[in-house]
Design a protein around this ligand. Sequence first.
Ligand SMILES: Cc1cc2nc3c(=O)[nH]c(=O)nc-3n(C[C@H](O)[C@H](O)[C@H](O)COP(=O)(O)OP(=O)(O)OC[C@H]3O[C@@H](n4cnc5c(N)ncnc54)[C@H](O)[C@@H]3O)c2cc1C
Length: 118
Amino acid sequence: MDRQVDVVVVGGGSTGCGVVRDLARRGLEAVLVEKGNLTHGTTGRMHGLLHSGGRYAVSDQKSARECIEENRVLRDIAAHCVEETGGLFVKRPEDSEEYFQEKLEGCRACDIPAEVID
Ligand SMILES: Cc1cc2nc3c(=O)[nH]c(=O)nc-3n(C[C@H](O)[C@H](O)[C@H](O)COP(=O)(O)OP(=O)(O)OC[C@H]3O[C@@H](n4cnc5c(N)ncnc54)[C@H](O)[C@@H]3O)c2cc1C
């Protein structure tokens, strides 16, 4: 490659593609290099869920807050990529009531929208 660019991004997964898109939108000359195909790595295996942070709402509230913050940014800048499917934590009769109560309180503490449905 004999082109002069501002930034070379290595890896065409979700991180590299996101970074190169962001650089281009800021007017920088950037090139993405990928040793396989785009989404050749972990990105090609992902489920595509835009996490709310709910799964960390009790065990790691710092990550939970970061997650919902990023979730809102992505909804704002790439709304066309987000399909609203909701998300459920399902309580079975044998599951502990305290676990779900703690989860609900954790979500509320981290500003993650959550409601109880029957
Ligand atoms: C089964 C599964 C399900 C998941 N589900 C979700 C989900 O629902 N929601 C969610 O948010 N996250 C999910 N994740 C996590 C998510 O997939 C990863 O966090 C994300 O894909 C990481 O992206 P990345 O670009 O950092 O890495 P990668 O996708 O691994 O990209 C790295 C790229 O770099 C390339 N590369 C490496 N070395 C070089 C080199 N020397 N030169 C050129 N190219 C190179 C690789 O080929 C690869 O394409 C899931 C992960 C797994 C495994």
